[in-house]
Ligand binder design. Structure first.
Ligand code: PAF
Length: 276
């Protein structure tokens, strides 16, 4: 596997390969990321991954400083997974001057995650566009665990006419249902044992909505939230929304998604579950 820390070197390599599938990451790779790498292989002969912890998408008081940086181990995993090239710039390479140009996503950025992490999606969209410009892929693969991020990247790509196919991959889970996430590493053993309740709650809520009807979703989501709170979670949001725009559902809506973010101790976990 080729490893590039400098953009010029990546660009030189890029000139000599035709179709590229790209997987942007912040590192600390787990089986979920490796599934994205395998999916990428189905979209191009050359797979490029990036590892970059993007300061722009972290708010004050969030975990930018302590976010696990494990480049050596990540590099081995990517090589084992058959990735062709890794782009791992340092901050000075990707942001050689203070970033004053941003991608400003539409109002969808202020809902749900955006309400609790103001500016997060602006930082994500800005770095993703920048990475797209560095790597110039024909396809890019994103995990649907970050559902709102996946929606906003698709929207940005479409509205800015980027010639890139955005592929969404289903969430990879531990056998007990917990969605794989780099932040799971922050959980204590006791918290790790409790953590699967988030997905379990989403599954129960999905069944309740299917049984009782979407018109009861507000009351049902309230009950689900109380169930989490009872077990020591602090829930930022747990909501039944329309897949199309993440707004509250109209009665006729068939395509729904339950999205949730909740804290267990100091660790904030997110998850989602589609209905229909
Ligand atoms: O999903 C992530 O890991 C990050 O938000 C991304 C897309 C790599 C941008 O920093």
């Amino acid at each position: 596997m080729h490893t590039f820390h400098r953009l010029d070197d990546l660009r030189q390599y890029r000139q000599n390969v035709a179709r590229v599938a790209f997987v942007p990451t912040m590192g600390n790779l787990h089986a979920g990321h490796l599934a994205l790498m395998r999916a990428a292989r189905e979209h191009a002969d050359t797979v490029i991954a990036s590892v970059f912890v993007n300061r722009l998408q972290f708010g004050p008081g969030e975990d930018f400083e302590r976010y696990p940086r494990t480049l050596r181990a990540d590099s081995e995993k990517l090589a084992d997974a058959g990735v062709d090239a890794l782009f791992a710039p340092d901050e000075g390479e990707l942001y050689p001057e203070p970033q004053t140009c941003f991608v400003e996503p539409p109002d969808l950025q202020h809902l749900l995650e955006g309400e609790f992490r103001p500016g997060h999606f602006r930082g994500v969209a800005t770095v993703v566009l920048k990475l797209f410009n560095c790597v110039q892929p024909q396809a890019a693969i994103f995990g649907k665990k970050d559902y709102q991020q996946w929606m906003l990247i698709r929207l940005m790509t479409r509205q800015l006419a980027l010639p890139i196919e955005i592929v969404g991959m289903e969430t990879v889970r531990a056998p007990d249902g917990l969605a794989l996430s780099s932040r799971n590493a922050y959980l204590s053993p006791v918290e790790r044992a409790e953590a699967p309740r988030l997905y379990q709650t989403l599954r129960e809520l999905k069944e309740a909505v299917l049984r009782e009807g979407v018109e009861h979703s507000a009351a049902l989501q309230q009950e689900a939230r109380q169930n989490l709170d009872k077990h020591g979670w602090e829930t930022d949001y747990l909501a039944v929304r329309q897949q199309s725009d993440l707004q509250a559902p109209s009665f006729a809506t068939q395509q729904l998604v339950i999205v949730a973010a909740a804290r267990l101790g100091a660790t904030r976990l997110i998850d989602n579950l589609e209905i229909g």
